[in-house]
Design a protein. Structure first.
Length: 202
């Protein structure tokens, strides 16, 4: 084999390697561009498109509050991308409803916001001139009624929120078996400003 032939073969191999290197670079560039385009498209679908936007606001766990009232208070715009919905803000707004004790808000893909409500449990009724206030074990008044039903009944002439709250704490701590007895006694107890200084005796 002559020197000219060897040089020619070497030059050919170098040229081939260069071509292969250019092809690999173009392949990498092309694949990178495709990946970037796919990511940009996915980002637009998630963040800016109504494809994964809100179509349904699902309310569960509610018996005292109306589901439509919850949706109005939640203020979740139809079509807003799910990832852009502020779940904490929605929960805070819905928690403003008096009968609501706790709220859990979640995204349910592809198009639903779920609002799960835990409502307050009636513990006792407070006599008022126009009927009764219904309160839970935290002393939170969350609705009114014309009849107390089977609830324990208390009289708080001053309507003092602290007295109502303390009363809820005391009654909530009682064993369930004692609440029937307390129900008959509460109507005889006069709760007033004096109760803040003097313990109530049964």
């Amino acid at each position: 084999m002559s020197t000219t032939t060897r040089v020619s073969d070497a030059t050919g191999r170098i040229t081939l390697r260069r071509r292969q290197g250019r092809r690999r670079r173009w392949l990498v560039i092309t694949l990178t561009a495709v990946v970037v385009a796919l990511l940009a498209g996915a980002g637009w679908l998630v963040l800016g498109s109504e494809v994964w936007g809100v179509r349904t606001v699902e309310v569960t766990g509610n018996t005292l509050v109306n589901a439509d009232d919850v949706r109005r208070l939640a203020e979740v715009p139809a079509g807003r991308p799910l990832v852009r919905v502020d779940l904490d803000a929605v929960a805070t707004r819905v928690a403003g409803l008096p009968p609501v004790r706790a709220v859990q808000v979640a995204r349910v893909w592809p198009n639903t916001i779920s609002i799960q409500i835990t409502e307050r449990t009636p513990l006792y009724a407070i006599e008022t001139p126009g009927g009764y206030w219904i309160a839970d074990e935290q002393g939170v008044v969350f609705r009114s009624a014309s009849d107390p039903g089977d609830l324990m009944v208390a009289s708080v002439p001053s309507g003092d929120a602290r007295v109502i709250r303390d009363l809820g704490t005391v009654l909530g701590a009682l064993p369930a078996g004692l609440r029937g007895k307390v129900q008959r006694l509460l109507s005889l107890i006069h709760i007033s400003e004096h109760t803040r200084r003097t313990p109530i005796s049964y």
